[in-house]
Design a binder for this molecule. Structure first.
Ligand code: PHE
Ligand code: ZN
Length: 846
């Protein structure tokens, strides 16, 4: 039952629960529509508690019976749970409830996916399983008995005993309810073992549906690599005798770090060369690492309340990015992270959904699993590490683990260990956690008597989340190059703390060329016109060299969009040179070529005071691709031939880089040869990376039909590959056709709209087709709104996340704004709209 008027929860109102939970015993009698959950929970009143209300959360539960110390009691139902009179001494609460997993389409709590039972409890799903203080600061030790006719019965912790039709599990590590998990079904296991640095032998298993056994080996290796890496780099060892991972087809997010029993969206763990692209492999490796790293940053040290979500997520994203950089290429990982940050976090921070990394209020916590909490949260930790240095970071982290192991901690606790370990005052730095908005940093310089001076002025645009932003601590990594291209000052970190501030560099014989914000040392936007052609040729910092190429591309594109100018020869020369420079990592060269996304260009135009025209942006992007292909026509066939991999497929960085560059070259070639080379690659492809790229270029070349049909026939039995088939047709469609293509796909017999992966592959991909979604006639807006209205009653969480497609609506012209405004109004007016979607639409319309 929910309140009619949504309630806002505030960080400032935090109060501890008045009871500790000493132990929890749960028994599950599984049945699809009538699962019985019996709980026996030992509570003890906390003597110092101010609020002694005994309130247990509970949603969609049928209470069969409740007892305290063996005596039947009659609890008082409330909107979101129950209260009960309880003794002022330790007592045992027992309850039996009935739930309906088969009817649970929201995929929170206990639900079924293809006949298998599984759970998702973060953030507030445990309350749909039984009555409980479902808050992260209530931690306890769980023992779980599962009764059901399934060969595989799993829960958290270590197995205790099992027999025909039952299994018992015990998790010795106190944990909040959001980390509870249960899985039951007919699953096959891919097994391995790992011995920790402490000498513990851990049984590892990846449980999948029959037929998916061949897609487990890579994930298992990634798990072992992650376990080893966390020992080597953070000194953290695993702490149970088993580690189980389960792949699930129906899942709202990527994966979940339940203690000892990680549950994964099948797309985030299953991989084989024939069915997965190199990017899929890299993503899977990162997600496995992310969930595994949560065992320390999230589980052993958890969050006091959901406002502290970034405590575990920002840190764990930062840790998984370090892992990927170590496993693959550091500069390439940094570039791809910054692309994601700018594409997802910046628009959020600069629009109606802006919120601080640690928000101060929410209505539905599910709406705060955002790019700001995750990605900006990780950037904040990256800056902290830059400021205190590697040694300071290590000392602080060691202290964090030592002091807070077993705690439900806060951002204050986190910053305190850095202050103590390094002696640094972080009062001002803390604004990164409390202020929304992307700081803008203006740069100017001068040169006099051998002294070069760089001046910075910072300004964060005010927002409703942060109406009066104050100056932040911004670490700006700077290097100086001499006019002939030598580095005269290697990277230094300048700490910008004032609104405006200057830094001087004496003893120079000529005015240097600065390379500013190397490695993207802070999540800010620069107002600055660097000497891009010079930096592209000479910068020693790989990130800024890529940035220079990107800046040139951007300027050229904006020139075409607003002034109709031809693609810039300087950009063409610079990029063509790098593409053919075999001394550079192929993966890196692939990124140097990649042009800024169309939504990014729209943001840039808007920032510059011009209303973006999606069709003009699309056209300019096409013209630029073609210009690059023409410019490189002579060298493309040879470049393509030289970046084919002869060795057997391996998903490693070296091979993936070759294929990425080979495919980039093929995309250009296809603009010149009408798709002949792409057809040849498609016909001869032995892995999904080659097959899918070739299919994309054939669609672009207007000759994709036969290949699409062939691909469908080949892969119709494979859900994950078919998601690609759905998505690719949408993203590669011409702007005029994109909405019709997506609409036609929703009529395909395999369009199972209740499956979040398939829904996202079709409608989510469509909302990312900039010119298609923003089609002049408004058909894109209507299509998305229709489907959001349809999905909301079934799956509010996935619906609400996808509303963010509308967050940038104020950038566009009055006609588009009015069309979007009407669609938002229509969604808001849908009967019984979920709390999740209501909050999103309300904020977007603000
Ligand atoms: N905690 C998960 C992660 O970051 C994400 C998640 C959130 C999954 C909510 C499900 C529900 O790895
Ligand atoms: Zn996480």
């Amino acid at each position: 039952m929910r309140d009619a008027a949504p309630q806002t929860i505030y960080l400032k109102d935090y109060t501890p629960f008045g009871y500790t939970v000493e132990e929890v015993h749960l028994t599950f009698d599984l049945a699809p529509s009538a699962t019985r959950v019996t709980s026996r929970i030992r509570f003890a009143p906390t003597p110092e508690a101010v609020d002694k209300t005994f309130f247990l959360h509970g949603e969609n539960l049928s209470l069969i019976s409740a007892k305290i110390d063996g005596e039947a009691v009659k609890p008082n139902p409330t909107d979101q749970g129950l209260t009960c009179d309880v003794p002022n001494v330790p007592f045992t609460w027992e309850a039996e409830v009935q739930i309906d997993p088969a009817a649970n389409t929201a995929l929170e709590g206990l639900y079924q996916s293809n006949g298998m039972y599984c759970t998702q409890c973060e953030a507030e799903g445990f309350r749909k399983i039984t009555y409980y203080p479902d808050r992260p600061d209530v931690m306890s030790v769980f023992t779980v008995r599962i009764n059901g006719p399934h060969p595989v019965l799993l829960s958290n912790g270590n197995p205790v005993a099992s027999g025909d039709g039952w299994a018992e599990w015990h998790d010795p590590w106190p944990k909040p309810a959001y980390l509870f998990a249960l899985v039951a079904g007919e699953l096959v296991a891919h097994r391995d073992t790992f011995e920790t640095m402490e000498g513990r032998k851990v049984d590892l298993a990846l449980h999948v549906r029959a037929g998916d056994e061949g897609k487990c080996a890579f994930g298992m290796q990634a798990l072992k690599d992650s376990m080893k890496w966390d020992e080597d780099v953070y000194g953290r060892a695993y702490d149970l005798d088993v580690f189980n991972i389960v792949a699930v087809d129906d899942f709202n997010m990527g994966a979940m770090e339940n203690k000892g029993l990680n549950i994964f969206n099948a797309s985030a763990v299953l991989a084989s060369p024939e069915t997965s692209t190199d990017s899929n492999f890299e993503r899977i490796e990162a997600i496995i690492a992310h969930e595994y790293f949560h065992n320390w940053t999230g589980n052993r040290i958890t969050c006091r309340d959901w406002f502290q979500l970034c405590l575990k997520e920002g840190l764990t994203v930062f840790r998984d990015s370090q892992f990927t950089a170590d496993m693959r290429s550091e500069p390439v990982k940094r570039i791809s992270d910054v692309i994601v940050l700018r594409a997802h976090q910046f628009p959020e921070d600069q629009g109606p959904l802006a919120h601080p990394v640690r928000p101060e209020s929410f209505q539905e916590i599910n709406n705060f699993y955002t790019a700001t909490v995750y990605e900006k949260g990780a950037e904040v930790i990256r800056m902290l590490k830059t400021l205190v240095g590697d040694a300071g970071y290590k000392t602080a982290l060691d202290l964090y683990f030592e002091r807070h192991d077993g705690d439900a901690a806060t951002i204050e606790d986190w910053l305190a260990v850095f202050e103590e370990a390094t002696g640094r005052d972080l009062t001002q730095f803390k604004r990164w956690y409390s202020q929304a908005g992307t700081p803008r940093v203006a740069v100017s310089d001068s040169f006099e008597d051998g002294t070069y001076t760089l001046s910075f002025a910072q300004h964060t645009p005010p927002s409703s989340a942060t109406p009066d932003p104050q100056a932040q601590v911004i670490p700006i990594a700077v290097g100086l190059l001499s006019p002939d291209g030598d580095e005269v000052m290697p990277t230094q970190i300048l700490e910008l703390t004032q609104d405006s501030q200057s830094f001087s560099f004496p003893g120079l014989s000529a005015k240097p060329v600065p390379s500013i914000l190397r490695g993207c040392s802070a999540p800010v936007e620069l107002e600055h016109t660097p000497d891009n052609a010079f930096l592209l040729a000479h910068d020693t910092d790989p990130f800024n060299r890529w940035e220079a190429a990107r800046n040139l591309a951007k300027a050229s594109l904006l020139g075409t969009i607003t002034g109709g100018t031809a693609p810039d020869g300087g950009w063409l020369d610079g990029v063509a040179g790098l593409l053919s420079d075999d001394t550079l990592d192929p993966a890196y060269r692939g990124y140097v070529f990649a042009m800024p996304g169309q939504s990014q260009l729209a943001a840039d135009l808007h920032q510059a005071g011009t209303t973006p025209d999606p069709d003009a942006i699309w056209a300019a992007s096409e013209v630029h691709r073609k210009a690059l292909a023409d410019r490189m026509a002579d060298v493309l066939p040879d470049l393509y031939a030289r970046h084919q991999v002869d060795a057997p497929y391996a998903p490693d960085a070296a091979q993936a880089g070759q294929r990425a560059l080979g495919n980039t070259v093929l995309s250009l070639l296809s603009l010149l040869d009408g798709g002949d080379a792409a057809q040849a690659q498609f016909d001869g492809a032995t892995n999904m990376t080659q097959q899918l790229a070739a299919l994309a270029y054939l669609i672009r070349a207007g000759r994709g039909d036969a290949a699409l049909a062939q691909f469908e026939a080949q892969w119709k039995h494979d859900r994950l590959v078919m998601d690609k088939w759905f998505g690719l047709q949408v993203i590669e469609a011409d702007p005029d056709d994109a909405a019709d293509t997506a609409k036609a796909l929703t009529l395909h017999p395999d369009f199972n709209w209740k499956n979040p992966n398939r829904f996202r592959a079709t409608l989510g991909t469509f909302s990312g087709h900039h010119a298609g979604f923003h089609a002049k006639d408004g058909s894109g807006y209507t299509l998305l709104a229709d489907w959001l209205i349809k999905l909301d009653p079934v799956n509010p969480q996935t619906t609400a996340r996808m509303c963010s497609a509308f967050q940038t609506w104020r950038r566009y012209d009055a006609i588009r704004q009015s069309m979007i405004g009407k669609e938002l109004e229509r969604i808001a007016a849908a009967p019984n709209l979920s709390r999740d979607t209501t909050e999103m639409i309300t904020r977007i319309r603000e």
